[in-house]
Design a binder for this molecule. Structure first.
Ligand SMILES: *Cc1c(COP(=O)(O)O)cnc(C)c1O
Length: 319
């Protein structure tokens, strides 16, 4: 039985990612600073390889496969970015990959996954249990299943983004992190506790699917129906066993953002910072603006998680 990852695992992951993942930029915006009266540091994982932080966890996990596992290849299930991350990592590490994706996944994400050389198998996310399906396929095909968030090597890899942020800008008063299943938040919290122990760490999930917030309040993992939100990377139904243990120990609170607030943040990123951020990637900044926390005079980190959105959909939402 694997155990909960530690900061040492995040540091080891950073070593494996060196020369393979981009060290993404930390951007500033004086407009955002003056709006909140704070000093905001945006860690821009929308500029990561394949367009989101998920490359970090996927590459870290796959680079730890044994020779036998590499021959069998990797199987993953994902609404999008984890699929692309696994597909690209598998190509770089020269192993076969098969990806289970929902029928309503954004076309750009399906195309990109196929473009990276993976086989895509589609399923209905509103009626089929993807986890059971994935387990059955993996054992039939002799592939290793790498889940999108609840895996120690995935969590450790995701933590390298926040590690880079703290190393670049120093300690922070608060860090806002987009939250789906908690791989990014869990890894970020490990980095924060090691590198900036007094930093408040906040997860941010869609208002329509606040299972993480409920889980933290109740002290147990709460399961919900697939939420309907524009934040397609955070339509998870529950936190993971590993991610929940880290979150309840190391995360200060979980906040929510509405779809309307996500659209406003998307527009801000496009107009003011000249970058395309997908709806899920806007969660962190939306909550920093609207969740009512007192940030005046504070040094704040905003983890911008990804930028993969169809141009047509982006125009329809932000236009
Ligand atoms: C997957 C994803 C998230 C959520 O990450 P978790 O590790 O599942 O919490 C947030 N933003 C983007 C862009 C993602 O792809």
């Amino acid at each position: 039985m694997a155990s909960i990852p530690t900061y040492e695992d995040v540091a080891a992951a950073a070593g494996r990612l060196l020369g393979h993942a981009h060290r993404t930029p930390v951007l500033r915006s004086s407009t955002a600073d003056s709006r909140l009266g704070a000093q905001l540091h945006f860690k821009c994982e929308n500029f990561q390889r394949m367009g989101a932080f998920k490359f970090r966890g996927a590459y870290n996990a796959l680079s730890r496969f044994s020779a036998g596992q590499r021959r069998g290849g990797v199987l993953a299930f994902s609404s999008g970015n984890h699929a692309q991350a696994i597909a690209l990592s598998a190509r770089l590490l020269q192993m076969p990959a098969a990806i289970l994706m929902p029928l309503d996944a954004p076309a750009s994400k399906v195309e990109a996954t196929i473009g990276y050389g993976a086989e895509v198998i589609q399923y209905d996310r509103y009626t089929q249990d993807r986890e059971a399906l994935a387990e059955r396929l993996a054992s039939e095909r002799g592939m290793t299943l790498i889940p999108p968030y609840d895996h120690p090597d995935v969590i450790a890899g995701q933590g390298t983004a926040a590690k880079e942020l703290f190393e670049e800008v120093g300690e922070l008063d608060a860090l806002f992190v987009c939250l789906g299943g908690g791989g990014l938040l869990g890894g970020s919290a490990l980095a924060a506790r090691a590198l900036s122990p007094r930093c408040k760490v906040y997860g941010v999930e869609p208002e329509a699917g606040n299972d993480g917030q409920q889980s933290l309040r109740l002290g147990r993992i709460v399961d919900i129906a697939t939420p309907r939100t524009i934040a397609d990377g955070a339509q998870t139904q529950h936190l993971g066993k590993f991610t929940f243990e880290i979150i309840r120990r190391d995360v200060d609170d979980i906040l929510t953002a509405s779809d309307e607030q996500l659209v406003e943040a998307m527009r801000f990123f496009a107009e003011r910072m000249k970058m395309i951020v997908e709806p899920t990637g806007c969660l962190s900044f939306a909550a920093a603006c609207h969740a009512g926390l007192q940030l005046r005079g504070k040094r704040v980190g905003i983890l911008v998680s990804g930028g993969n959105v169809d141009l047509k959909r982006f125009a329809a939402l932000a236009g």
